[in-house]
Structures are given as C-alpha cells and as structure tokens.
Design a binder for this molecule. Sequence first.
Ligand SMILES: O=C(O)c1ccc(O)c(O)c1
Ligand SMILES: [Mg+2]
Length: 629
Amino acid sequence: MKTSIATVSISGTLREKLEAIAKAGFDGIEIFEQDFVADSGTPREIGAMIRDHGLDITLFQPFRDFEGLTGDLRARAFDRAKHKFDTMTELGTDLILICSSTHPQALGGVDRMADDFAELGEIAKGRGLRIGYEALAWGRHVNDHRDAWEVVRRADHPNVGLILDSFHTLGRGIDPETIRRIPGDRIFFVQLADAPLIQMDLLYWSRHFRNMPGEGDLDVTAFMRAVAATGYDGPVSLEIFNDQFRGGRPEGLARDGYRSLVALMDDVRRTEPDVAMELPDLPPRVGVGGVAFIEFATRGDEAKALAALLRSMGFTHVGRHVAKDLDLWQQGDIRIVLNFETTGFASAAYVNHGTTICDLGLTVDSAADTVARAVALAASPFRQPVGPGELDIPAIRGVGGSVLHFIDEASGLSDVWSVEFTGGDGPAPSGAGLTRVDHVAETMNYDEMLSWALFYTAIFDMDRAPMVDVIDPDGLVRSQAIRTPDASLRITLNGAETHRTLAGAFLAESFGGAVQHVAFATDDILAAARAMAEAGFEPLPMTGNYYEDLAARFPLPPERIEELKALNILYDEDADGAFFQFYSRPFAGGLFFEVVQRTGSYDGYGAPNAPFRIAAQKRLGRGRGMPKH
Ligand SMILES: O=C(O)c1ccc(O)c(O)c1
Ligand SMILES: [Mg+2]
C-alpha cells in the first residue's frame, strides 16, 4: 500500500504543500489541476520538483463532464482529454480521475457512457496512460459507485478502471459492503475522507466539511475494509476539502493526515487478517486505566496559594522528591505533583505560561507500547535527562507542548512514588472524600480541536462523544468529550473562537492550549463540600436565581435544593442518571478545580450549567494575584 494525499487537502502554495507532505512521510500526491495551473513552473519542472521531494504523482485530477455528451460537445470533451493527456505525460503521471458528469446536456444510458470510456481508454492506452471513473455523489446520471462500476465493467478496457471515494459512498448512505463484489484489479485508485454528520446539500458538505478519517462520523474503516478485501493494492489517498484546513498550517495538516491514515490502515489490518499490507508494525490502541498524576509547574506566591487551595480541598502533602524540588500531594487515588524546579522542562513551562499543568501521567497497560504506537503515529517522544535514583518514565508531547508520561505495573514504573519520593508510599489519605480524577479539561483554539481529538483517539482506546456547544456570555465554546470505554479516562477538549470567552482569555494568557481545569470525583458530594468548607475552601458562588430555576426544571424536594444552594452545588440530570458539581474559584490566570458526583450512568459534564458557571467565574476575574490564603 502506498500512502498518498491530494494537494487540495493542505494549505499553502504547491511548494509549501510538497515540503509538508514529504516531511510527514507520504509516498505520493494526487495533484489537483488548480495547484498545478497556479504554479509558475512548466509541467516538466513541476513533475521533477515533486519527485525531488521523494513523492510520486499518484493521480492527476479532476477531469469533469466527459461522458454522455453528443455531437460537438462530445468531440470537444475528447479534445480536452487529449490535452490533459499531454500534460500528464509531461508531469510524469499515468492516471487521471474522471468524475461523473454534472453537465446539463449529458445524457444517461450505461452503454452510451461505457462506449465513451472504451473509446477514451483506447486513446489513453496508445499513450501508456490509464483513466479512472469516480461517481460524484451529486453526479447527474451516475452518483453511486455501483453505477460507475457498471459503466467501467461494460467499457471492458484494460486502461479504464474504477475510482472509489469514501465520501461519495458513505455520504450518500450507500452500504460499503457492496464494494467487496468488485474485482480489486479493476479498482485503479482509492480516496478517503471522513465528515461530520450534518444535514446539508451533498456538494456543499463535500467541498467544505470533509475531514481526516477518524475526525468525522462516517465509517471509513468499514469502507476501507471492504476495499482491502477485494485485493486492491494501489495507493490509498486522502482527499479532504475543508474550509478550516485551507487556513491551517501545512505541516500540522500533513502530520494529522498521515496519523489518520496509518491508524486507519492499522485498524483494517487487525480486522481483515487475510489482507496483506506493507505497514510498519505498531502496537494496538492503548488501554488507559486513568490519570496517575497531575503535575503543576509553579513558583512563589502562586505556589503558596495553590498549596493552600489543595489543603482546603482535603489533599495532604505526603512526600518530597529524593533529588528535585517537587512536592507530592495526595487524596484517594489522586496524586498532584508541584514542581518548583528552576531548570528543565517544568521550569520552561512556568516561564512560558506562569503556573500551569505541564505534565499529565496516565496509567496504561504498557508504557513502552504506548510510546511505540504514538511515535509510529507521528507523535513526538519526550525525553529529559534521568537523575540519580529516578525512573526513566516514557513520555510524549501533548497539547500545547505539555507532556504525557506513561506509567504501567509491568515495568515497575508504578513504583515511582516509593522510589522517587520520601513519604510517597504511605496509605492514601482520604481527606474530603475525593477519590480519583473524573476528567481533565483542555482548552485550545477551535481549529486545533479536530487535531487533538484525532491524537487521543488514534493512540488510545478512546471514543468521541458528540460535540456540544457551551455558551459563554461573550461567545461560543465548543466542547468535545473523549473517553475510554469504561470511562477510566475522560478528557474534554474545549475550543475557543474568541479571546473574550473565559476559555479564550485563558488561552491568550497561557499562550496556547493547556489543561484549564481538573475535575475530581467523589461518592458523596455533600459530605465533600462540607468537609472542604470546614477546611476553608471557598467555592465558586452561584446565584439565587440558579436555584430558583433548578426548582422549576427538576422535581427536586425543596430541602434538597436548599442543601445544594448552601454548598453552591450545581445539578443536572438526564434519562441515565444525575450529576452534581461544584467549582473552586479561578486561580493563577484562569485555572480551576471541579468536584463532581455521578449517579446512575450519567455520562455528560453538566453542559446546561456551563453558562452559569462561566458567568460566576467572570464575576470573580481570572485569579492572577488573588489574595494569599
Ligand atoms: O467536488 C468535486 O468536484 C470533486 C472533484 C474530484 C473529486 O475526486 C471529488 O471527490 C470531488
Ligand atoms: Mg474524490
């Protein structure tokens, strides 16, 4: 299998696109006519430039409105095609994509169209070229790959084959299993794209909303499994038309494309074991047991305020690092590391962002496999010199340049607390009854959300929940939750579109994406809130109106509402269960903590409460220079 990507999928000039595509590791490109026409080089020079980047030209496209015409129009279509054949020869590519006609005068009739293709196939053959026919989902007479295949089958010419595009098949709701019946050697090319499920005109949806496989809602894996089962062994190529990508960074897009393609082909290989595929070996998606630790880079007054906040939430300062300036705090299964070092990675994070969560530790099945899979999927490994007495804990780069460390039992890495910390191996203090990390919320620019969702779901065994809109009084924040099947790890990605939202202001102040809040789980939120109040914790104050509204929305007994109000606890429920949550006040530029209790199988994050939480936080400001505790 050769990997390929259409030049339309990436932003920039043709030269910038080629740099990024080659660097990401693709074998080839589909050259789009527009990219080619806009470049100042001759076809021969452009072909050479592409090959100089180590890339093949897997396809030249698109050629429109060819089949089903009569008289002069038909003759002109053949002349246009011959012209393109000349260009292809100069460029050095042998395959052209002909998409099904949308011409108002094109006639239907499978045999008529087959005759057109047989005739053009013969001309192509004379020049050593091949033509591939793709059904556009909005084609005038042909808009289904089964009909395009019938035209190709009847054309019965060795230089005429079928081109499949996952968008056109899946976007129209056509069962991809129908592909299994097509002989693999009659399929000349395969294009892949995903898309979010949105009700809209097919053409508009296709030209503006496609995204990388795994970033949308189409079953591209089922499509590719069916293709692989035919024995097809030609290029697998991404063809992504997306407005947001047109303005993105070429390198990031090419890397995401490569990541999505390798993850997809790896899934196909695991589910279609008879299919032979040349693909580097990579471990399967990684199972995650939960958050092992959360590390803050912090100093000075902010560090003192953070320690006081942790104490008021029931955490205990249980240990010190044997060699470094690190404190370990614990409650239940939650471990928080405060890193005060003035050299190294955490220090750099502090200098760049102020107090920040610079590192997340995840408990995984195998730390070594996690890094191997992540690196095979183009994630960046992270290394720091290992000091005396320290364990070498595998790590990669995560959101906004932060770090993800991986801890497992098999390699003894879970002993890090007793090995590296004095006092780190005592019994877990129960404190206010916070038991574990419920979720970690990362804030980022809206246009980075797809990329980070892909990062997590490609590397880990995690799935996306539907996107929800969070209404900030000053703009919209989109929120995308991803979680492991057993909810042992939940991450919410919050995409801010303006700097006036709370999330956007945090982004501006922290200079890029980062964890903005961490939610801790408890089995008894009333007891936890009371214990914390006694320890001096100051919750985010909610309004009286909120509780009036709660009484109207839910049939809760008045005493219950009074209890929630007294403790500033927010409430939500759905058909599956109930959700209770309260918040800390913002600290260190907009970070905050949350405490939650889930009952039944409530799986959300209290999105209906978010506008009121955000308004309350905005009333308090972002907590830079907040009074010392
Ligand atoms: O939107 C289009 O016209 C178009 C062109 C070429 C393709 O391969 C395709 O899938 C769509
Ligand atoms: Mg296509």
